[in-house]
Write a protein that binds this ligand. Structure first.
Ligand SMILES: [Zn+2]
Length: 210
């Protein structure tokens, strides 16, 4: 099963991906995570990516495609995979189709911007132990204090209102054409991200079957 997960930041993609992996035994492929790992490892690819990103440019489609092409050869992809963060544009989606034939389903978790913005700005992380919280959905027991280690919680730089708005604008600009692309292909499954985590999961499972 070859799936693509589409959703704005804080739409709940990570949560749903974990459930899909557990049920269908799929590999989880986040191109963002992979690039960050390569940069951290200081590999040849990582150095290349670091140069590109520090110059303020985006990593090219061809480079991303090459990374995905290698990744899906791995053993854990035999039963299928979920792509998260890729394809990000219609051009990338076309290149992906060239590479693997066609995907089975693009799952779009749709949420209104104001809800997403509220979720994004409510995120808190612990700078000491890395635990993450959300003042709305997963609050710490004592506000602003880590449950695990007692450290004061902080906010990621890109989880502010301004940065959140910019990320949502980018998402709409790039990914709405992508939604239209998969709809036209007949592979789009849109689910209401406001219906609750469990209902979203059940709707996706019902769509994909056993
Ligand atoms: Zn902590």
């Amino acid at each position: 099963m070859k799936l693509v997960l589409i959703g704005a930041p804080a739409a709940g993609k990570g949560t749903q991906a974990r459930k899909l992996i557990a049920k269908y035994g799929l590999a989880y492929i986040s191109t963002g995570d992979m690039l960050r790992e390569e940069v951290a490892k200081g590999s040849e690819l990582g150095l290349k990516v670091k140069d590109i990103m520090s110059s303020g440019s985006l990593v090219s489609d061809d480079l991303i495609i090459a990374i995905v092409k290698e990744r899906i050869k791995a053993d854990d992809c035999k039963r299928g995979f979920i792509l998260d963060g890729f394809p990000r544009t219609v051009v990338q989606a076309e290149k992906l189709d060239e590479l693997i034939g066609s995907i089975d389903k693009a799952i779009y978790i749709n949420c209104p911007d104001e809800v997403l913005l509220e979720r994004i700005t409510a995120r808190e992380t612990c700078p000491k132990c890395g635990a993450s919280y959300n003042r709305i959905s997963v609050p710490s027991k004592v506000p602003g204090i880590c449950d695990v280690c007692g450290e004061h919680l902080t906010q990621r730089k890109d989880d502010t209102v301004e940065a959140g708005k910019a990320r949502l604008a980018t998402f709409h600009e790039q990914s709405e054409p992508l939604v239209a692309y998969y709809k036209k292909q007949g592979n789009l499954f849109e689910v209401d991200g406001m219906s609750g985590v469990e209902n979203v999961t059940n709707a996706i499972f019902a769509e994909l079957g056993d």
